[in-house]
Ligand binder design. Sequence first.
Ligand SMILES: Nc1ncnc2c1ncn2[C@@H]1O[C@H](COP(=O)(O)OP(=O)(O)OP(=O)(O)O)[C@@H](O)[C@H]1O
Ligand SMILES: [Mg+2]
Length: 411
Amino acid sequence: MRLAHLSFSAERGNRMQPIKVMVVDDVAETRASIRQLLELNGGFEVIGEAADGQEALAKAVELRPDCVLLDINMPVMDGITAAERFFVQFPEIAVVMMSVQGEKEYLRKSMAAGARDYLVKPFSPDELADTITRAVQVTQRRYVEGMPVITKHVLVLGPKGGVGRTTIAANVALALAALGDSTCLLDLNTQFSDLAMMLDIVPVQTLSALQGNETITSDDIESVVEKHDSGAHVLFAPTRPEEAESVDVPLIEGVLGALQSLYEWVVVDAPAGLHDLVFPVLDRRPTSLLVMTPELAPVRNTGQLLKLLHELEYDMDAAKVVLNCWDAKKAVTAEVIERNLKLPVSIHIPYDPEVMQAAANRGVPVVAGNPRSNSAKALQELVDHLCGKIDEKPKRRVFAMLRRETKWAMS
Ligand SMILES: Nc1ncnc2c1ncn2[C@@H]1O[C@H](COP(=O)(O)OP(=O)(O)OP(=O)(O)O)[C@@H](O)[C@H]1O
Ligand SMILES: [Mg+2]
């Protein structure tokens, strides 16, 4: 995809027009001093002020600032709630949070809510100008031909190990990157991950390098991702099992918040089962790829996983069933799976041991190393599904049957 033309150069001061800023703080004196700092700079125009999040959202409709500076603690509507609303209603506006020392947890939450960056009061004129400029640049880069880019999350999930999740996640990410879409592959297998080997990369940095960060910014992400030749970026899980504990749910929430300011696609390789780290991904309403092999036990386990997710109020209607290691001679047919899961089988990936093992051993996923193989073609078809190039079969209600008594009711 072509990136939209940016209306300013990377250098502050070379911009054709001043950056339009709205200052939102309940203290009038603070608003006045920020206005003064920005107006002295010359590269900024303060086009409005508001005393709380609600007033800011109402004024943004008319004023359309490039950047909103939001204080965290405000009456009526606080900064975090306002950041969330701005992200949904005005994704083209860069949100920068302002806080005082000691509000680290709030800052982390605001970044996860979609803020681009933050400033801790008191800040210098240079810090203020640089932070706003960078936030506006990143936000504007997210526009493709005038349309906002909303990050799409793909969660590669399966109740059982060894069914091909990592193989599928790696191939999907590479194929998306090959389309020219900015893509990050996030590895949540915090113990004994195979991804580095499958991609023939020795990670210099992993998720554990982000441990202890107050908030996670796009710069932090850029400093830890590895760049694969396909163009895909990869954020690896720790390489040593004893580092697994350094990756927790708040860290993943922060990472996902920062990733959505950088990438069109975030592909997540989930550990087997339903790990805690997967919930922040589920909260972002991903397209889940439910990977299973055509045997009775994986189908039964996937049914139980779907039921559990439904009980936890996650909508899995858009999930895609990926039948890996497909062999037409196997007893469990797609019809049996569809009947039991109430989801259509989106893709059959053939059992292709020679090609798949060679790919894993060489560290070159099949979509890149052997694109004419049947397994690569199936994976490419899966990516076409994700991009909306292939229509799904008409959807049936997933859980209509699960709500009734199922043959494999959970104990
Ligand atoms: N369609 C296929 N045909 C043949 N072999 C396959 C196929 N898909 C994956 N494999 C092989 O199966 C093995 C397990 O695959 P993979 O590591 O992707 O599974 P996983 O679900 O991520 O496993 P884990 O639970 O260990 O994370 C690998 O050796 C891989 O090459
Ligand atoms: Mg794996």
